[in-house]
Structure formats: structure tokens, C-alpha cells
Design a protein around this ligand. Structure first.
Ligand code: PEP
Length: 254
């Protein structure tokens, strides 16, 4: 059986006091109601990470991730945060290649491949995001587009390294728009991603890789999305900013 995972991406939201409050609420509600077999991750902004890791100490149901890391190991890169720094504050996961990073900050597949390497060197689990813009879907080129993203940023990894990677399929047209991919659209892309992984790493490795769906996932549609055989959970943006909504999504596996 594959891991079930729900990860919250807070993006650039919440001051530190607000973030600590939200993290405490999520930790408390998950402690009371969270299913034992779902891995729950919250990804606050960088400066919240150390205090939120402290809040999460002493429990193991909610894990902490970052939203990005540098492609460089260390040095004169003003404003950057390295994978080693994340590891040093007790972070376990890092989102890499979110479409907002690709779109607004020009991150390329080549840079993302380096970020994946930096994360794995520090024993962080990368949550690698992929997904097509609307015009690519309208042209019918979405499967090739997403498979190319995977090939370019992940296929240099060994099978052992891939085993530490979580993939998040996030169609750009569904992120923050209220427009969700249908359960069928999510399932067919997830199956295609898995088949593509199998061409490089074999069926067994592909079958073990968690593939999350992201894009306007909320309590009202999570159950239908997570019921698909190749959808192993979600990467949640807007709805992760409300503890109750987020935990309802965590509880949406059948
Ligand atoms: C995201 O940005 O990772 C995301 C899925 O956002 P939203 O849930 O708000 O669409």
C-alpha cells in the first residue's frame, strides 16, 4: 500500500504569531481526529519554520516542510536559504518546483534538478511539483508537458533517491482559481505520471511513489479526488490556511 499524504502550502501568508496559532490548531486537531495512516505536512514560510518545528516537537502526526530551497550549497547568494539550513532547524520536507516559483521567479527544470539534489543530500524529502498551463491542456499536449518536467528534473536520480521523492501534480489552471481538475482528469494524469516513472525506474518503484493532487482542493471535493487509485493525497494551498478545513481534507480518504 502506498503512503497517503496531505501537505499544506501556506505560501506567503500569515505573520509569525498568526502562523504559530495556525500550526498549533492543526497539531491539536490532528492529534484528536487525524487518521493514523495519513502523513500530514505543513509548509509555512521560512521564518516560521524554527518556531513551528518547536511547536511540533513531542508529537509525530504533523511534520514540517519548507516551500523552497536554494540550488546552491552555501556561500554568497544573498537572500537564499540552503537545504542544510532547513535540515538544521528540523525540517523534514521541501516543496520544489511549485508553479509560482517557475512562473514568477523563472525557475528552470535544470535549477530544479539541482534543488532536488541539494534536498536529498540533506535527507529532506522533496515534494516535486509539476503541472501544465491552460493553453497546453487546450492544445492536448498536457501529458507530454508534464512528463518532460519529470524527465528534466528527476530522471538523473537513482532508484534509491527517487524513493524519497513525493510528486505533486498541480495543473496551473486549477491553482487558486476555484477550478478543480475533475476526478477523472486527475486520475488520468496521475496514471500517466506513474507510467512515465516506470519507463525509467520500473513498475515497482513507480508503484511506490506517492503522487499528490493540488489545485483548489477543499473539503467538498477532496474525497472524490482521493478516491482515485493513483491519487495518494493532496497539496493544499488556500484551504490549508484554515485548520478545520485542512484537517477535514486530511480525513477525506475513504
Ligand atoms: C498550491 O498552490 O499548491 C495549491 C494547490 O493552491 P490552491 O489549493 O489554493 O489551489
Amino acid at each position: 500500500m502506498r503512503r497517503k499524504i496531505v501537505a499544506g502550502n501556506w505560501k506567503m501568508n500569515k505573520t509569525l504569531p498568526e502562523g504559530k496559532q495556525l500550526a498549533s490548531e492543526v497539531i491539536n486537531i490532528v492529534a484528536d481526529e487525524g487518521p493514523a495512516d495519513v502523513e500530514v505536512i505543513i509548509n509555512p514560510p521560512f521564518i516560521h519554520l524554527a518556531p513551528v518545528v518547536q511547536l511540533a516537537a513531542g508529537q509525530d502526526k504533523v511534520k514540517i516542510g519548507a516551500q523552497n530551497c536554494s540550488e546552491y550549497e552555501a556561500g554568497a547568494y544573498t537572500g537564499e536559504v540552503s537545504a542544510a539550513m532547513l535540515r538544521s532547524v528540523g525540517v523534514d520536507y521541501v516543496i520544489i518546483g511549485h508553479s509560482e516559483r517557475r512562473q514568477y521567479f523563472g525557475e528552470t527544470s535544470e535549477q530544479l534538478a539541482k534543488k532536488i539534489n541539494r534536498a536529498l543530500e540533506q535527507e529532506l524529502q522533496p515534494i516535486f511539483c509539476c503541472g501544465e498551463p491552460l493553453e497546453v491542456r487546450e492544445e492536448g499536449a498536457h501529458f507530454d508537458y508534464v512528463c518532460t518536467q519529470l524527465t528534466e528534473s528527476l530522471f538523473h536520480l537513482t532508484r534509491e533517491q527517487l524513493a524519497r521523492v513525493i510528486i505533486a501534480y498541480e495543473p496551473i489552471w486549477a491553482i487558486g482559481t476555484g477550478q478543480t481538475a475533475s476526478a477523472q482528469q486527475a486520475q488520468e494524469m496521475h496514471a500517466r505520471i506513474r507510467a512515465h516513472l516506470a519507463t525509467q525506474y520500473g513498475e515497482e518503484a513507480a508503484n511506490k511513489t506517492p503522487i499528490l493532487y493540488g489545485g483548489s482542493c477543499k473539503p467538498s471535493n477532496a474525497r472524490e479526488l482521493f478516491a482515485n487509485p493513483d491519487v495518494d493525497g493532496g497539496l493544499i494551498g488556500g484551504a490549508s490556511l484554515n485548520a478545520r478545513d485542512f484537517v477535514e481534507i486530511v480525513k477525506s480518504f475513504s
